[in-house]
Each structure stands twice: as C-alpha cells, then as structure tokens.
Design a protein around this ligand. Structure first.
Ligand code: UD1
Length: 420
C-alpha cells in the first residue's frame, strides 16, 4: 500500500492542468448501457473509481479499453447480463448509476444496494422512488435491488425529488431518456456533472431540456446511438489545486478549469484574502500572507461544494481568527478533523458544525486518510505544515485524484509517493 510523504513549507508556484471530472466520467460510462455498439468517451481520468466502473461494465459483458490518449472505449454487445454485484458496488457507491440505464434499455436490472459508507448513511430511496414512478417494478431481495420494466419499457411521469440528489437525478434522467412519453423531474440537482451527462445523452439522440435548473424535461425516444463525448474538467480537482495555490506565498495558474463551476469556492478564497483572477485557460490564484478567517456552509450547486469542505478547512486551520464551517449535505463528513488536529489544528466539531480556531502553524505527523476528499485535505495540510507529514491509506486519494503528487511536485512541492 502506498503512502505520500510531504516536506511542508514550500510555497507553490507555476502552472498545473486539471484532468477530466471523475463525477462526470462515471455517469457517462453508465450511459453507454443505453445503446448497443461502440462508444468513445474522451478526457476520462485514469482513476481507481473509473477502473471500477470499467470492471463493472466488463462484468456485464461489455468490452472496455483505453483507446488513443485519454479516450475510453466501450463496446456494448447485443445482449448482456444486467447485474452489478456487491463486490463492485461496495467499493464504489456510484455503481448504482447503472440501475437506470439497465432497466430502461434492457428491461431489467439486479444491482446490489450500496450499504452505508464512511460519510453517512447515503440511501438511494430517491433513485428507487423515481424509477418506480417511471413504471419500474422494484423489489429489494438479499441486499439487491431487482428492477423490471413491465412490457420491457418504462413510461414517462412527473416526479419531484424530496431533496436534490446528483446521482439520483442522473440515474433517472438516463432512464427517462428511453421511456415512452414525457417525463418532468422537479427539485433536480443542478451540478455541472448533471449538465455534462445531459449533453452526453443529447449527443446520443436523447431529448432533454432544463438541465442545470431544478426542472428537467425529457421526451422519451425509442432508441439511442453510441456515445461520443468529452467529459468536463474536474471542478473538485481544480478547487483542490486552487486551495493549494492559496496557501501562504503561493502563485499558481490552474489551467483547463471552468471558472463558472468554481464561483462559490472562489468567493471564499477571496474572503480568506487570496487573489483569484482569470488567466488564459483557467484561473490564477495568489495566496499572499496568512489567510483570514471566514465562515462557510456547504450546499448543493451552486452553493459551496461538500466535496471541497475538507480542503477549504485547511486554509481556515492556519487563518488568523476563528471560522465556523457548517456541513449540510452529508452527516459524518468531518473525519479529517481529528487528523488535522494531529497536525496541530484547533478544531471542535459539534454536530453539523466545526469551529476552527486558526493556529499560527501546523507541524508534520503521520496521518490516516479516511475518505477521498479528507485525504486531499491531509495532503494540503502537509504542504503547509513544518517538517514531514506522512499520509497513509492513499488508496482513498487515488479513487478520485489522478496522481495528485505528480501535479503538485512540478509546482515546487516536496512530495513523493513511497510503498508503505
Ligand atoms: C455525488 C457525488 C459526490 C458528492 C455528492 C454531493 C458522484 C459520483 N458523487 O454523490 O462526490 O459528494 O454528489 O455533491 O457524482 N440522498 C438521499 N436519498 C437518495 C439520494 C441521496 O437521502 O436517494 C441524500 C444523501 O444521503 C445526501 C444528499 O442526499 O445527504 C445528497 O447526496 P447525493 O447528491 O445523492 O450524492 P451522490 O449522488 O451520492
């Protein structure tokens, strides 16, 4: 198992490019199940989660391979086995994204329930309710969701989500694309990855409008053509690199990002005193002196992303003054706090809020990654801490970042990966 060693205290300088978005690549891969034939998805990052989704598609009978450069090619056969087994779903919740396409295109699906995960219970009740509204017959048996489309096809419906769910919106949008008639979905997630999937589906011949707003309208079609799509840049990787550049003394250009996807974060980076300005192909961040304290709360897009909460907290941990961070999207998403306190941070958690009292400096120590974004926060903390920080359980980081250390080292970070 790998670990990452960081000798902190070197301000970052230079340019770094952002990879394609994990959270857009995963639904695009699931969307291939909507049409037989050869699909090509470009700008797909080479990550553990993407490989898991690839294995899942292969398990069903698809051929999955890397084409030239960064394209991922998927060949969907004329018949497949529509099952997502527990062994795969348990390592990646987003596997549940195959449920909608399977039942819509293949008439049935058997998908393991994801179970709990480190950042809270994360049910899929909204996915199931909406698919039921589309006419799917759903049973839960032996830990699996068994879904069928009676008569082989789903039917258009009106459905309002109880709360905006990203993968829920994506799952149901994919299913409705092949349903008979019109579907109107209310209280949808507005995340850029939902819009990217809608673009991908439109490229396959789907008739979808309203994505990026709370109401999505879908006119079902009888068949779709294979996917040719380029996934959007990863706004969470971009955000993580912006926070790295906002650490004291930093001056970094983050290329290949979409500033419109990063507005809530940029506003908070400015609130802590960093300067963030447009630069050719992206954003330039300059982290002047010690950050200032600021409060923030996570919320669905366009609010401050929960996936950036842990990283932003690193800036507040070394800020002058106290900040309050409120996590409204997930329960249990403060697991990085204990590890940050091992580096000298002064943070107290009370339910959904964390009170961060800024300290003058952090000092390196061995720390344990607990989930994907928490591990990115520990790497950022290591960049600013005195002496050496050792981040263990790097497999969490590798689920969602394409060798983060190789992006940070050219900026001057003294960071390396070693076998633990
Ligand atoms: C996606 C992202 C993840 C991000 C999250 C929130 C992917 C692959 N993952 O996860 O990185 O942290 O959005 O931005 O895109 N909920 C229910 N019932 C449901 C579905 C969700 O109660 O059926 C709740 C969840 O427990 C959570 C909230 O809704 O409290 C939002 O979760 P959701 O948007 O579904 O997150 P994911 O799509 O799993």
């Amino acid at each position: 198992m790998d670990k990452i060693l960081i000798d902190g205290g070197v301000p970052l300088r230079g340019e770094v490019a952002v990879s394609g978005a994990k959270n857009a690549a995963l639904p695009a891969l699931a969307a291939t199940l909507l049409a037989e034939g050869g699909h090509a998805i470009h700008n797909v990052p080479d990550l553990a989660d993407v490989r898991t989704m690839g294995r899942l598609l292969s398990h069903m009978g698809c051929e999955v391979g890397r084409g030239d450069g960064r394209a991922l090619e998927v060949r969907v056969p004329a018949s497949l086995s529509p099952e997502a087994p527990y062994e795969m779903v348990k390592t990646m919740r987003a596997s549940v994204l195959v449920l909608g396409p399977l039942v819509a295109r293949w008439g049935r699906a058997r998908v393991s329930l994801p179970g709990g995960c480190a950042i809270g219970a994360r049910p899929i009740d909204q996915h199931l309710k909406a698919l039921t509204a589309l006419g799917a017959e759903i049973e839960l048996e032996h830990g699996y969701v068994e879904a069928r489309a009676p008569r082989g096809r789903l039917s258009g419906t009106s459905f309002v989500f109880d709360l905006p769910t990203v993968t829920g919106t994506e799952n149901v949008m994919m299913a409705a694309a092949l349903a008979e008639g019109r579907t109107v979905l209310g209280n949808c997630a507005r995340e850029p990855e939902v819009v990217d999937l809608a673009d991908a589906l439109r490229g396959m011949g789907a008739r979808i409008e309203g994505d990026g707003t709370p109401e999505i309208r879908i006119e079902g079609v009888t068949g779709l053509t294979p996917l040719r799509h380029r996934v959007v840049p990863d706004r969470i990787e971009a955000g993580t690199l912006l926070v790295a550049g906002a650490l004291p003394g930093g001056d970094v250009v983050v290329r290949d990002c979409v500033p419109a996807h990063l507005e809530a974060l940029v506003e908070k980076l400015r609130a802590v005193g960093a300067s963030v300005e447009p630069a050719p192909g992206g954003l330039r961040v300059v982290g002047d002196g010690r950050p200032r304290a600021t409060d923030f709360r996570t919320a669905p897009f366009p609010g401050f992303p929960t996936d950036m909460q842990a990283q932003m907290m690193v800036l507040l941990a070394i800020a002058s003054g106290s900040s309050v961070v409120t996590e409204t999207v997930f329960e249990n998403r403060f697991m990085h706090v204990l590890e940050l306190t091992r580096l000298g941070a002064d943070i107290a958690v009370d339910g959904k809020t964390a009170l961060v009292k800024g300290v003058a400096s952090l000092s390196g120590a061995p720390v344990m990654a607990s989930d994907l974004r928490a591990s990115a926060a520990l790497v950022l903390a290591g960049l600013v801490a005195r002496d050496t920080t050792e981040v263990l359980r790097v497999y969490h980081l590798d689920r969602g970042y394409e060798r983060l250390e190789e992006k940070l080292a050219p900026l001057g970070a003294r960071i390396r990966r070693v076998k633990a």
